[in-house]
Design a protein around this ligand. Structure first.
Ligand code: ZN
Ligand code: ZN
Length: 140
């Protein structure tokens, strides 16, 4: 039930990108180098959450890992072919989204949040061409 069609930016993208909860911050700075990197990327989509008994903000703010995953979800690119976990209905988000440009991030946001990144196998080419954060030539 993964979709390649992005929802327009909305309230959750706005909330997530503010990183305004305790696990998202180390003092005034983002809680991890990855979060800092993700915070420099353009927002691409509104995250779509799978139905869960847990409140959405609790899932997002549960840990640094889930915070990073939420930022990956709003700034990354939708995988051409969703990973096994996403395709099977796992994870908090409906779309399999991954971020390029950061070492060690060869897995999707759902697997990042769940700590199952080692078993996340994305097929190449990893992401669909959506004109988003694929090129970083204008940075630095
Ligand atoms: Zn996935
Ligand atoms: Zn995955």
């Amino acid at each position: 039930m993964s979709s390649n069609v992005d929802s327009p930016l909305g309230i959750w993208a706005a909330i997530i990108s503010r990183l305004d909860w305790p696990t998202a911050r180390d003092g005034v700075y983002p809680a991890s180098d990855l979060l800092y990197f993700l915070s420099t990327l353009k927002l691409m989509r509104e995250p779509v959450f799978r139905p869960s008994p847990r409140p959405i903000i609790i899932m997002i703010a549960a840990s640094v890992q889930s915070t990073e995953a939420s930022m990956m979800q709003v700034t990354g690119s939708v995988a051409c072919i969703p990973c096994e976990r996403c395709a099977g209905g796992g994870g908090m988000f409906t779309q399999c989204v991954t971020v390029t440009g950061w070492p060690g991030l060869g897995h999707c946001a759902n697997c990042h949040a769940d700590g199952t990144e080692d078993s996340c196998h994305l097929s190449y080419p990893i992401t669909s061409v959506d004109g988003g954060n694929e090129t970083h030539s204008n940075m630095e």
